[in-house]
Design a protein around this ligand. Structure first.
Ligand code: HEC
Length: 119
């Protein structure tokens, strides 16, 4: 009986570990993020350099100076509980890949991770 339980447990472990193999891996969420990110000092300049050509009125969100913060928060583009779920982050792995450097994207993610403050 003991042996049967042993074998069955073993089989169960094998079956369960087999399942995890076929799970679709979630895209990795970077953990080594910049800290003390300032919206005005670090994030807005990224928008000014890379985004406002298109996002300054016609195309939502409006990322021009003085508007960007409210647009992003009120528009629900940032998720401070799950920063990598933020639309502002996810566009970079979709239609906007290459529109900002990896470092710039991490700066934006770091800002969200620290609570998306108006600092
Ligand atoms: C060449 C023009 C262009 C540039 C530059 C650009 N965008 Fe966009 N953006 C668009 C267009 C067009 C859309 C809508 C279609 C899409 O998702 O690509 C969009 C969509 C978005 C969305 C999703 C909006 C929604 O409501 O679904 C976000 C967030 C965004 N852009 C952020 C940025 C940021 C941040 C930058 C700068 C790093 C940037 N964009 C640079 C043209 C641009």
């Amino acid at each position: 009986m003991r042996r049967l339980i042993f074998v069955l447990t073993g089989a169960l472990v094998l079956i369960l570990s087999g399942c995890t193999k076929y799970q679709i891996p979630a895209p990795e969420c970077p953990t080594d993020l910049p800290t003390d990110v300032s919206f005005a000092g670090d994030v807005q300049p990224i928008f000014n350099a890379n985004c406002i050509v298109c996002h300054s009125g016609g195309q939502a969100p409006d990322l021009s100076e003085g508007w960007a913060y409210d647009e992003l928060i009120d528009g629900g583009y940032v998720d401070t509980d799950f920063p990598c779920e933020s639309e502002l982050y996810q566009v970079f792995s979709g239609t906007h890949s290459g529109r900002a450097t990896d470092d710039e994207v991490l700066t934006i993610l770091g800002w969200i991770d620290e609570g998306a403050k108006d600092n």
